[in-house]
Design a protein around this ligand. Structure first.
Ligand code: ADP
Length: 425
């Protein structure tokens, strides 16, 4: 434009200077253009390189990529993703087709979590099983993120998936070994109790025998004392129930079964353990007091395993007090912050040397002549598997307290009731 004006104003002579100026402009523009082109080429090279890097990283980590467009209900998945979901490479996939590949028990939770991500945005993580066409299952872990459109409404879920079957299998094996060890330790503890348990079964059996002999005498009378026999038979039934109850509790503790999670009243677990140890406590001249906070919220756990933990703590407290005159165990259960339930077993023994307060939870640490040193380490593993904690403290006035805290069952966490008082058993 400037050049054109200059020509019209006669300041420049055409065509020579005009051509030269144009050349300068054209060269400058060409230079700019070629610089842009070079930059674009460089950018696309870098993009390809970074894509390649991402691909290599994904291959090394065995990651699969996926995305789901909830508006069109279209799922895209990398080749590895299709492998993991056991899908044919050419099948077009929507969300329901993908969910159909997932184990029936895991399907609904995954459906809900993805729906929530679409509704509310944000990231999510989930582990679930894919039911394989050949039978069996593959465990996958997915991590996803909702991406918003311009209005801020999530319009795409994008994420990665990873095969975690091997990790899950290992976890399962570790859990099985842990349960095996817990069972062995439980049997060993019950072995220690066997004398007093035999006595507990023997008592009703003796009662049955002497009642049966009395009934024989009543029957031999002329006329037979049928009312007396009737009363005796009722006693026999009661004694039989007592013996049966001891055997039932023992069988439960000796059983080597799957861990069964259920809602438990912590007070019931304390009661179970005191019933099993009752005779032993009597023989050792130990006074037991129990303080249960009223309306203790339930915890989620395996009844037998939690009984085992308490049984171990009570038996250890008994052993610790063998050489002292005042033998008292106090069991206190209360709701604490967390929210959790804490059960404390306090004794009037010599306490734990402060240097050993953590060491006693290490396997094979024992100060007892015939101790295996496994009880507390197994108990800590059990409590940890329940999401709780187990630790020891020395009491200001002497003796030790072992505290066990267990998180509340998820259902009751939000509606934690206040501790209103104390009830004793
Ligand atoms: P074990 O009973 O076979 O020794 P545990 O793991 O149950 O194995 O206990 C480890 C050690 O912890 C015991 O040997 C004892 O020294 C100590 N201990 C446990 N409970 C108490 C307690 N209530 N008071 C003092 N020491 C205790």
């Amino acid at each position: 434009m400037v050049v054109g004006l200059a020509i019209t104003a006669g300041m420049l002579r055409a065509p020579t200077p005009l051509t030269a100026c144009f050349f300068v402009v054209v060269i400058a523009m060409g230079y700019e253009l070629s610089r842009d082109l070079i930059q674009v080429a460089q950018l696309s090279r870098e993009l390809r390189a970074s894509e390649r890097r991402a691909e290599l990283a994904a291959q090394a980590a065995d990651l699969a990529f996926w995305s789901w467009d909830p508006v069109r209900d279209e799922v895209w998945m990398s080749a590895r993703g299709r492998d993991l979901f056991d899908l044919h490479p050419a099948t077009t996939i929507d969300r329901e087709a993908l969910l159909a590949r997932i184990h029936a028990d895991d399907r609904q939770p995954l459906r809900e979590v993805t729906q929530r991500a679409v509704r509310e945005g944000g990231a999510f993580e989930r582990e679930f099983r894919v039911a394989l066409q050949t039978g069996g299952v593959r465990w996958l872990a997915v991590r996803g993120q909702a991406e918003g459109n311009r209005a801020g409404v999530p319009s795409l879920l994008r994420g990665v998936a990873l095969d975690v079957t091997a990790r899950r299998r290992l976890e399962r094996e570790v859990e099985e070994q842990r349960n095996e060890l817990a069972h062995l330790s439980r049997v060993a503890t019950l072995g220690e109790l066997s004398g007093s348990l035999a006595h507990e079964i023997n008592q009703p059996l003796m009662g049955i025998l002497s009642n049966a002999q009395a009934a024989q005498r009543f029957m031999a009378g002329e006329p037979p004392d049928l009312d007396g026999v009737r009363e005796i038979l009722a006693d026999i039934v009661e004694d039989d129930k007592r013996a049966g109850e001891v055997i039932r509790r023992l069988r439960g503790l000796l059983r080597k079964g799957e861990v069964q999670q259920g809602l438990l009243d912590p007070g019931d677990v304390v009661g179970d353990v005191l019933r099993v140890t009752r005779n032993d406590l009597l023989n050792r001249d130990i006074l037991v007091t129990v303080e249960l906070a009223r309306d203790l919220p339930p915890v989620l756990g395996d009844r037998i395993q939690l009984q085992q933990v308490l049984l171990n703590l009570v038996m250890n407290a008994c052993d610790a007090m063998a050489a002292v005159d005042r033998r008292e165990i106090r069991i206190v259960a209360r709701a604490v912050e967390g929210p959790a339930v804490e059960v404390a077993v306090c004794d009037s023994g010599p306490g734990v040397p402060p240097a050993d307060i953590e060491r006693i939870f290490v396997p094979f640490v024992s100060t007892k002549e015939h101790g295996m040193g496994l009880g507390l380490s197994v108990c800590r593993t059990i409590v940890a598997a329940h999401g709780g904690r187990l630790w020891a403290e020395n009491n200001a006035g002497g003796g030790a307290t072992f505290r066990l805290s267990l998180p509340l069952a998820p259902q009751t966490r939000n509606d934690r009731r206040r501790v209103q008082g104390v009830r004793s058993r």
